[in-house]
Design a protein around this ligand. Structure first.
Ligand code: PLP
Length: 473
């Protein structure tokens, strides 16, 4: 008899097997090479060219998952993950994903998913308090509010669209004249979002020695654009740039934004969750001068991908830009005006029950447990920075405000490249090379859930050995 993929008893049996598979994966991931061991095209070549015509048992799928798919998996959950930024998941988030999958919610409207909507508003309000954000950004304030988006790029795009709307409403701006300003070190998602949102101009603002956006350069650029008859519309402060972790001066940029009526967005995609630790909040001083803010829970606070937290200080421009109500979506709750319909807070209509992950993570780690881990990452990064500073052949290229250590070899670019190439041959660590002013450097980002002092010590040994062989005395 052919298996019935919709049979609940078979699901129970298969799901138990899969949970064992999942637990084995997490228990054994540290023994795998971090990077996928395949060449381009290998995975497709291993998959059958014809789609399956008849039902197959779960066993067959699981065998192929192991044999054909797993070789092409990069192990982001490996404790030797020091590349890019982390993309942490965790057992609580995985459990929540299982619940979200089984409930199969579509929470486009409050009516179609009251729990999807209200758990989301609630955990985002919790996060306002946990990150030290202004109380008027809470959903229950009725003024601003938070929403979960799929990515920081989506959130920044939404901010650009809301800013464009406000400039059109308040200043009669036409799109071709709108200008967005962003540090030359900011993430490419700002530039991309401005292009997608149709801004006529994007200005990359010079940075200072610490790679932070220079307010004087921003002011000059705005004045030049005003003189040319353009409409300065949007400025982004980066709190923790992707390249070096630099922190733009939020207050100084906010004051300039207020003076000229620009929308002020903070991109704290990576560093934002670290604001759970009060001692780091000085990095975001000036939030009362901010219109929107993005932080990815899915980088360092263990929720798994697609858990971007996005807040606006005033929800009206965002809703004005995103709301359209066709007849088939009309319903009593929406018309009463007493509910949040999150479809009006982003481009997508349909939405999963993504807030469950954050709810499970907050419940099962507790804010205290998360803070302890974030502080440990900061401690490990500070220790690594100190080691780099004490090493005669290494020099840092930026301050270490959050757990990202960026440095190069003092013997020059060839030595830096050779050192990086040597480190990259190790199977049990992943690092990311980058460039600043055309010169190579190495980025070490610390923050994977299972990374401990031992893993950082091992990486340091590699760095020391490779620094020595890159430029022997
Ligand atoms: N902003 C910053 C500072 C980032 O570091 C990143 C990604 O690393 C992004 C935005 C884009 O994030 P996402 O992949 O969620 O779009």
């Amino acid at each position: 008899m052919r298996p019935d993929p919709a049979d609940p008893d078979a699901f129970r049996r298969d799901a138990h097997r899969l949970v064992d598979w999942m637990a084995d994966y997490l228990a054994g991931v540290s023994k795998r090479p971090v990077w996928a061991q395949v060449e381009p095209g290998d995975i497709r070549a291993a998959l059958p060219s014809e789609p399956p015509e008849h039902p197959e048992p779960f066993d067959a799928v699981l065998t192929d998952l192991d044999d054909l798919v797993m070789p092409g998996v990069t192990h982001w959950q490996h404790p030797g993950w020091f590349a890019y930024f982390p993309s942490n998941t965790s057992p609580p988030a995985i459990l929540a994903e299982m619940v979200a999958a089984v409930l199969g919610q579509q929470g486009m409207l409050w009516k179609t998913g009251p729990a999807v909507t209200e758990v989301e508003s609630h955990v985002l309000d919790w996060m306002v308090d946990l990150l030290g954000l202004p109380a008027t950004w809470r959903v229950d304030s009725g003024v601003g509010g938070g929403v979960i988006q799929a990515s920081a790029s989506d959130a920044t795009h939404a901010a650009l669209v809301a800013a464009r709307r406000r400039a059109a409403q308040e200043r009669g701006a036409s799109l071709v004249d709108c200008v967005a300003y962003v540090s030359a070190q900011a993430h490419s998602s700002v530039d991309k979002g401005a292009n997608v949102a149709g801004y006529g101009h994007v200005r990359l603002i010079d940075v200072g020695d610490d790679q932070e956006q220079r307010p004087d350069a921003l002011r000059q650029a705005i004045e030049a654009d005003l003189a040319a008859g353009l409409v300065p519309t949007f400025v982004c402060s980066a709190v923790g740039t992707t390249g070096t972790g630099a922190v733009d001066p939020v207050r100084a940029i906010g004051e300039i934004a207020r003076e000229w009526g620009l929308w002020h967005h903070v991109d704290a995609a990576w560093a934002g969750p670290f604001m759970m630790c009060e001692e780091l909040r000085h990095h975001q001083d000036g939030l009362e001068l901010v219109d929107s803010y993005v932080a990815n829970a899915h980088k360092v606070i263990f929720t798994g991908m697609e858990c971007t937290l996005f807040w606006v200080a005033d929800r009206r421009p965002l809703l004005d830009a995103m709301s359209i109500l066709p007849p088939y979506l009309r319903n009593e709750a929406t018309e009463s005006g007493s509910v949040v319909d999150y479809r009006d807070w982003h481009v997508a209509l349909g939405r999963r029950f993504r807030a469950l992950k954050l709810w499970f993570v907050l419940r099962m780690f507790g804010a205290h447990g998360i803070r302890d881990r974030l502080r440990e990452y900061i401690r490990l990064a500070t220790e690594l920075s100190d080691r780099v500073d004490r090493h005669p052949s290494l020099e840092r290229v930026a301050p270490t405000s959050f757990p990202l250590v960026s440095f190069r070899h003092t013997a020059g670019d060839d030595a830096t490249r050779a050192m990086i190439a040597g480190i990259e041959t190790a199977p049990d660590v992943a690092v990311t090379p980058s460039e600043l002013g055309g010169r190579p450097f190495l980025r070490i980002s610390i923050g994977q859930l299972t990374t401990t002092e031992q893993h950082v010590d091992h990486l340091w040994q590699l760095i020391r050995d490779q620094a020595a062989s890159a430029a022997p005395d």
